[in-house]
Design a protein around this ligand. Structure first.
Ligand SMILES: O=C1N[C@H]2[C@H](CS[C@H]2CCCCC(=O)c2ccc3ccc4cccc5ccc2c3c45)N1
Length: 128
C-alpha cells in the first residue's frame, strides 16, 4: 500500500497545514504551506513549497526535505525529516527545520537562523 507518499494534506503540532499537490516519479514534489504562527507582524499568507522524497516503493518510511519560500516575509524555512507509519497504520512526519530570516548586515548573521521541530499528521479528507 502506498503509505508515506507525501501528496495530500497534512497538519502539524502548531496547527499549520500543508497541501502537496504534485509528485514526480523521481520523488520531487510541490505544494502550498499555510503557517499558523509567525514572528513577523505581516499578515500570514499561503507560501509555496518545493521538496523531494525517497520513493516509498523503494524505501519504506522514506526521508524527505522541503523548502518553504515565505511570500509574506523576507525569510525561508527548510524542513527535513522522515515519514513513519505507526501500529494503527497512521502516518506521522517527524521533521526538524531551519528558519532563516533576513539580516541587514553580516554582523547580524549570528541571530538570523532559528531551529526547531514539528510533527505532521495526515488530514483525512471527509470521504475516507
Ligand atoms: O509550521 C511552522 N511554522 C513555524 C515553524 C517553522 S516555519 C515557522 C513559520 C515561519 C514564518 C515566517 C516568520 O515567522 C518570520 C518571517 C520574517 C522574519 C524576519 C525577521 C526575523 C527576525 C528574528 C526572528 C524571526 C522569526 C520568524 C520570522 C522572522 C524573524 N513551523
Amino acid at each position: 500500500v502506498k503509505k508515506c507518499s507525501l501528496t495530500g494534506r497534512w497538519v502539524n503540532d502548531l496547527g499549520s497545514n500543508m497541501t502537496i499537490m504534485t509528485m514526480k516519479s523521481n520523488g520531487d514534489f510541490a505544494g502550498i504551506y499555510y503557517t499558523a504562527v509567525s514572528a513577523t507582524t505581516k499578515k500570514i499568507e499561503r507560501s509555496p513549497l518545493l521538496g523531494s522524497q525517497h520513493q516509498p516503493y523503494l524505501l519504506k518510511q522514506p526521508t524527505f526535505g522541503f523548502t518553504v519560500h515565505w511570500t509574506f516575509s523576507d525569510s525561508i524555512t527548510v524542513f527535513t525529516g522522515q515519514c513513519f507509519v505507526d501500529e494503527d497504520g497512521k502516518e506521522v512526519l517527524k521533521t526538524m527545520w531551519l528558519l532563516r530570516s533576513h539580516a541587514d548586515k553580516p554582523i547580524d548573521d549570528w541571530k538570523a537562523t532559528l531551529v526547531g521541530y514539528n510533527e505532521f499528521k495526515r488530514l483525512e479528507s471527509p470521504m475516507e
